[in-house]
Design a protein around this ligand. Structure first.
Ligand code: KPL
Length: 296
């Protein structure tokens, strides 16, 4: 397949390598203006990818969007005239809230949403490290996207394990809950995920999770407090030495994904007339940190 990776950060670069090794024709579309990008995955030999080649959009079978949530819509909008109406758009990022606007703006394209637990780290422009084996789940967001089940085999062949999930919304909501509880707290405290297992943090996490459970149930997602709390704590323990993506964004003074994580939760809660004071506190604290960089 002709595959273009829009946003070749750590996860995008990992997929670029794996898909190219599986025999696909892979191009990148990154911020860098150079015509080619040379990338090395772990200790394998470096590969050269075309970058920002307009033909790689026109002839694209699959556009894998691995940008940050807040970059997705502006980037796709700016490329809209070059994107073929048959190109499958696969969105893979933390948080929720981009898929519906993408479906609205790209009504003819199949839209698929993906979430992955693979760990990847890009120490510099030229290298990417696969830091943790994980699993990727996919599901269709619109009618055309729901017919893209075959992508499961294509992607699984490149970087297993990949599962197609007809109830991708439930998967995304569970991931959102994990990110709502872990990301802002670790960013505010500037700590590793594992710190949140300590009792003072557990006392903060419990009411956060309780609010999320109520919103998920109002959205028709089957869950309960004990199950969701256990899911959050399992991720805390499995990723104990990680610095969460939001902790890294705050550390480097980069715009965070808060609007698409706790911000998304708060906006859905409002639609159901549910109060979310604990999540709102986290949201405001991260917004205040971001505001501090603008005014300083
Ligand atoms: O998704 C993550 C993130 O950092 O954004 C978790 C699961 C919290 C792992 O760090």
């Amino acid at each position: 397949m002709n595959i273009t990776i829009l946003g070749p950060g750590a996860i995008g670069s990992l997929w670029a390598h794996k898909l190219a090794n599986a025999g696909h024709n892979v191009s990148l579309w990154g911020r860098d203006s150079s015509e080619t990008l040379r990338l090395q995955l772990d200790d394998t030999s470096p590969q050269t990818f075309a970058n920002r080649d307009p033909n790689s959009l026109v002839d694209c079978d699959l556009l894998l969007v691995t940008l940050k949530a807040w970059q997705v819509l502006p980037a796709l909008e700016s490329l809209k005239s070059q994107i073929n109406q048959d190109t499958i758009l696969v969105l893979m990022h933390n948080g929720m809230g981009t898929a519906q606007p993408v479906c609205d703006h790209f009504a003819s394209n199949p839209v698929v949403i993906a979430t992955t637990t693979h760990g990847a780290f890009k120490p510099n422009k030229y290298q990417v490290q696969h830091t943790g084996q994980g699993m990727t789940q996919l599901g269709g967001m619109n009618k055309a996207g729901q017919q893209c089940h075959f992508l499961q085999a294509v992607l699984d062949h490149a970087l297993p394990e990949v599962r197609w999930n007809d109830n991708i919304q439930a998967v995304l909501w569970n991931k959102l809950a994990v990110n709502c509880a872990i990301n802002p707290l670790t960013a505010i405290e500037q700590c590793q995920n594992g710190e949140l297992a300590r009792p003072p943090f557990q006392a903060i996490i419990e009411p956060i999770v309780l609010e999320i459970v109520k919103v998920m149930q109002a959205e028709g997602i089957a869950t309960d407090f004990q199950t969701l709390l256990a899911t959050v704590n399992q991720v805390i323990s499995h990723t104990a030495t990680n610095f969460s993506s939001m902790r890294q964004d705050v550390y480097h003074q980069r715009k965070t994904e808060i609007d698409f994580i706790n911000g998304y939760l708060i906006s859905v809660a409002k639609q159901h007339h549910l109060a979310t004071p604990e999540n709102s506190k986290l949201y405001q604290a991260i917004k205040q940190i971001e505001q501090g960089w603008i005014t300083s």
